[in-house]
Design a protein around this ligand. Sequence first.
Ligand code: KIV
Ligand code: ZN
Length: 514
Amino acid sequence: MSEKIQIFDTTLRDGEQSPGCSMNLSEKLALARQLEKLGVDVIEAGFPIASEGDFESVRQVAEAVRGPSICGLARTGRADVERAAAAVEPAARPRIHTFIATSDIHLKHKLRMSRAEVLEEVVRAVEQARGYVDDVEFSAEDATRSDPDYLVEVFSAALEAGATTLNVPDTVGYTTPGEYGALMATLLERVPDSARAVFSVHCHNDLGLAVSNSLTAVQAGARQIECTVNGIGERAGNASLEEIVMALRVRPDQAQGLDTGIVASEIYPSSRLLSSITGVQVQLNKAIVGDNAFAHEAGIHQDGVLKAAITYEIMTPESIGRASNELVLGKHSGRHAFKDRLEELGLRVDGDEFERSFRRFKDLADAKKVIYNEDIEAIVADSVVAVDDRFTLKGLTITSGDATAPRASVEMVVDGESCNTVATGVGPVDAIFAAITELTDTQSELIRYQVHAVTAGLDAQGEVSVTIEEGGRRVIGNGVHEDVMVASGKAYVHAINKLEWHKKRRGADEPKGI
Ligand code: KIV
Ligand code: ZN
């Protein structure tokens, strides 16, 4: 019998704080639904006092996602806790997560508070939160640089005040496995009645130790791990969910009977969905979910794998939901077959989203010989994250080559009206962007343009991500199409629509990080 480690997913909160990873409401909902399928125990859906948008997304996730606990973050201030309580109120299992720093460095330079004042704040905030919900988590920010004696005092007071989870963040990614495991053991031993609370770990990856630190601390007695899909998060990121889960699964002999409730076959679809929403691809050699994680390049390895996969493979791609690259559907497949395939891939898509996905699938099936599972995932991600768009790309034609100036003829619908124009540029992408900029009458600056092949093969779909900035707001748009130029136009329009979405909310909705 294994003992369960709870997975607290903070992709939508700490993860979203990483540069380029901000998500809009429909994207957060799509990801939260996927996290539910992945089987996480807690979803930290946002920081409700940070902005109207954050509040609304926590509230809507709380309404829509009924399996996991839904958590809202709050500093210890009254207004923060009240706002978090209101945001998680519709949840089947609401949690309030309140935090304050406990290291002398933070007390002196950031909070300008004494240890006694911080202690008072902790008790007040936890008691206030318990007035709203039964499930209250308290975090001692920068715990790993705090005086352990003071930490014992703070956690004891938080437990006494009613906290049910006590989190020990390595906020700046400073600790090491030995030190962190020992700190966890000390806290469990010295906090009176520590067994009444779940001790939790939250590790940042500044030294590349976030996963090792988390695993060491659970071996010392912690029972909740806070982590993110693809390890996204502030600076070098948070502990990566997929690495933690698979380390425990692949090495049960080392896991001391500990396991998570994660549905491993949903790991890869979750990773892909997040990348397609944010446009941030994981590095090629990223453990578990990187493109090369299961690629065997050296002849001697290939030979071994062909004879027996176990020679060089410690887990199968299928075990994390990376379907082998097989033909899944063709151009004669109908709605029913497409729906069945979506279900097999664990993609829940209904109504307009289904219709949009199906139309994209048929177009792709006309243009591309082989359709892989990854193609279908990319189509669905592309169709599901569409928001109430002001701008729609209807068509584009390109003329380019070494003997002619690149020209793009672009048709769009802008605020319900059809329009078109022709523009030139230094290259075909530049020409497309110039035409779209003219039709949408926008003026963002292009920061980054990336192309990624969704699958192998010369007829692979291109996934383009475009980062643009306007008025200090940076957004990423994505587009997928078998023609990279069309994917580029779609990605640019997607990004401009996101900027418009932010503009509509400006004022009430300026992000305030922690
Ligand atoms: O890293 C950190 O300390 C945090 C807390 C809010 C838990 O993200
Ligand atoms: Zn953090």
